[in-house]
Design a binder for this molecule. Structure first.
Ligand code: CP3
Length: 349
């Protein structure tokens, strides 16, 4: 498993190497807690215009790298660009979140575009990746990403974020044909989208399944594990050696065996699982990423330092990428991010 030809710390961890200091990046590291992000977003006009403006999207991707020196940059875009590229209407309501036209019938499904017709819409995202692969420091890894089919489907079916993914569960129960056709279409589009990100220069791929925790039993296997496996296999067949990070958020026991079941190189953990449990039950199978509660970025202080040290210690015997358990929130204090990074980088056994 160990690939000693890797020089970037993120790629070393993904190749299975245990390092004295884990590499670090942060979900939503380019975001509203940073004044420079808010300024560039204002310049772009709104969030979607920022996503589709390659120069400005590259600029906000680089901002947290300049400020903090993270080991990875994550492409600035959104998981909901794929539904938009498939033909759904998409807009963001300030203070509330995304809104989309809904897919709940065969007729609405039939109106979607085929998977290979997405590229015109998302071409600016590929351009952002090309700019970043030129501009990032040599030691910084560029992560491309997409939403997992289940998570993307929950937004396409409900037309918005939902607390319990009720509308998606309802369609799955009442019209499995349309539900599964939609899952397949998203899966195929995601493979096309990620492939083009890799062609443009993404070095690692992350699949965000933010709502995997609401799938249980056989549904977790069918709609979280199976699509992640299909995407990972196809991406690796087309781009041998490309590492993949899977994030079946709030999967709980579903994290156990997820590396082997899907073929991902790294499993990202949310903060509902304890690092000691995850070291014994998940990290035994390969690299893990996580899992500091993002609330520490708001509250800071001794609790942040103690919890950060406990996470680094728990995962210190195997491959680990330090991260939060979910995205940093807009009310976070940028100083607390510095404190987290210093704590990780100065940790000693
Ligand atoms: O991590 C990064 O910095 C990379 C960029 C990124 C964004 N969204 C930017 C963004 C990534 C990887 C995402 C993923 C994403 N988007 C997910 C999966 C991860 C997760 O958070 O669970 C989901 C579910 C979405 C959909 C989405 N986008 C929602 C529900 C919202 C509204 C909630 C919110 O935080 O405002 C967004 C908007 C969004 N995506 C913002 C950012 C920086 C905030 C937009 C703004 O500037 O107003």
């Amino acid at each position: 498993m160990k690939d000693m030809t890797q020089t970037k710390s993120i790629l070393k961890a993904l190749a299975g190497e245990t390092q004295a200091t884990p590499p670090i990046w942060m979900m939503r590291q380019a975001g509203r807690y940073l004044p420079e992000y808010r300024a560039t977003r204002a310049q772009a006009g709104d969030f979607l215009s920022l996503c589709y403006n390659p120069e400005l999207a590259a600029e906000v991707t680089l901002q947290p790298i300049r400020r903090y020196g993270f080991d990875a940059a994550i492409l600035f875009a959104d998981i909901l660009l794929v539904p938009q590229a498939l033909g759904a209407d998409l807009w963001f309501v300030t203070g509330e979140g995304p809104r989309l036209s809904t897919i709940t019938s065969q007729g609405e499904f039939d109106a979607l575009k085929p998977a290979d017709a997405i590229h015109d819409t998302v071409a600016p995202v590929y351009e952002t990746v090309r700019i970043l692969s030129q501009e990032l420091p040599a030691e910084t890894t560029l992560i491309g990403f997409a939403g997992a089919p289940w998570t993307v489907a929950t937004y396409m079916i409900a037309g918005r974020g939902t607390p319990d993914q009720g509308p998606a569960h309802a369609l799955k129960a009442e019209n499995r044909l349309v539900f599964e056709a939609l899952m397949d279409r998203i899966t195929e589009a995601t493979i096309e989208y990620l492939s083009q990100q890799i062609e443009a220069g993404a070095e690692v791929i992350k699949i965000f399944d933010s709502w995997a925790g609401s799938l249980s039993g056989e549904d977790f296997q069918r709609y979280a594990v199976a699509p992640a496996k299909r995407i990972t296999q196809e991406i690796k067949a087309r781009h041998p050696g490309i590492p993949v990070i899977g994030f079946p958020r709030e999967a709980g026991n579903g994290y156990v065996g997820f590396h082997a079941a899907t073929g991902v190189d790294c499993v990202a953990l949310d903060n509902s699982v304890s690092p000691d449990w995850a070291a014994q039950n998940v990290q035994v199978d390969g690299c893990v990423q996580g899992n500091l509660a993002s609330s520490h970025m708001v509250t800071g202080g001794h609790a942040l330092v103690d919890e950060t040290r406990a996470i680094v210690a728990a995962f210190s015997k195997g491959p680990h990428i330090f991260n939060l358990g979910h995205g940093i929130t807009p009310d976070a204090d940028p100083e607390n991010v510095s404190l987290m990074i210093e704590t990780v980088r100065s940790w000693k056994p």
